[in-house]
Design a protein around this ligand. Structure first.
Ligand SMILES: Nc1ncnc2c1ncn2[C@@H]1O[C@H](COP(=O)(O)OP(=O)(O)O)[C@@H](O)[C@H]1O
Ligand SMILES: [Mg+2]
Length: 254
């Protein structure tokens, strides 16, 4: 199936062995927007998110049906290692707990890029600075770039991980509950940054925080037991829910 959407998720089902964790999901993702995935725990949000950059390929029992088109190309059409690695460069991912490597802030930043490209020191330094600035963490780390990343606070580590993902200039950024372990100030910094980043990048974020979804996202998809029950403009999802399930969820009854 071909569509004009930047990304289209067509009749996608995901299985772990016999467990169908994502059920026949259809979603279009527009370029340069933020889409939130919301819904109770265990309803398939992470599974679908991780299918978008083929992270689930690493799980033996995992299987996907349907297709995910990125600019018209089925991301599951090729299986060679180079293709999948290239896809993960284009589609960055941020996890719930920050995962900096136990090395310096600077080395964390250059690692993804030195694996893929060759840049001279000056260009590299410039890029590190630019990406730390866009993730709103530069001022806090500029005097300690060669100190260990593990000395940063949780919120700083998460912003560092985001800055690191940006080193590859991803087309799409997937974030799985990136703020769940963070204080309100770090959360606010990340939200502000994401709203700015969408000028350059298309963002999909899983969040349990209803305020966060309504503050930052253009579109929202509500998941329940593996299905997308409702999806659309965030304002419609929150202010004009069509199903009882969704209105129960946003009013905290589920
Ligand atoms: N690695 C895995 N192996 C087997 N089953 C999994 C795995 N990850 C998730 N699941 C199952 O898939 C379903 C959806 O989980 P998940 O996508 O993590 O939901 P959510 O992110 O909405 O909390 C759950 O039933 C969960 O137990
Ligand atoms: Mg999850």
């Amino acid at each position: 199936m071909k569509t004009d959407a930047f990304m289209s998720i067509n009749d996608v089902s995901c299985y772990y062995g016999d467990n169908k964790a994502v059920k026949n999901v259809n979603l279009n993702i527009e370029k340069n927007t933020i889409t939130s995935f919301i819904g109770p725990s265990g309803c398939g949000k992470t599974t679908l998110l991780r299918s978008i950059n083929r992270m689930n390929d690493l799980i033996d029992s995992f299987r996907v049906e349907g297709n995910i088109l990125l600019e018209g190309e089925d991301i599951y059409s090729k299986n060679d290692k180079e293709y999948v690695q290239g896809l993960r460069k284009q589609i960055g991912m941020i996890f719930q707990s920050a995962n900096p490597l136990p090395t310096s802030i600077y080395k964390n930043m250059i690692l993804p890029i030195t694996e893929h490209y060759r840049l001279d020191k000056e260009a590299l330094d410039k890029k590190v600075e630019e990406k730390l600035k866009s993730a709103a963490i530069y001022d806090e780390v500029k005097d300690r770039l060669h100190k260990t990343a593990l000395s940063l606070s949780g919120g700083q580590q998460q912003r560092l991980c985001i800055a690191r993902a940006l080193m590859l200039d991803p087309q799409v950024l997937l974030l799985d509950e990136p703020c769940s372990a963070l204080d309100p100030i770090s959360t606010y910094a990340i939200e502000e940054f994401l709203m700015d980043l969408k000028k350059q990048c298309t963002i999909i974020i899983v969040t349990h925080n209803m305020q966060q979804a309504s503050r930052i996202s253009d579109y929202t998809a509500f998941f329940y037991q593996g299905e997308v029950v409702e999806a659309g403009l965030t304002t419609d999802i929150f202010f004009n829910p069509k199903t009882k399930l969704l209105s129960n969820y946003i009013t905290g009854k589920i």
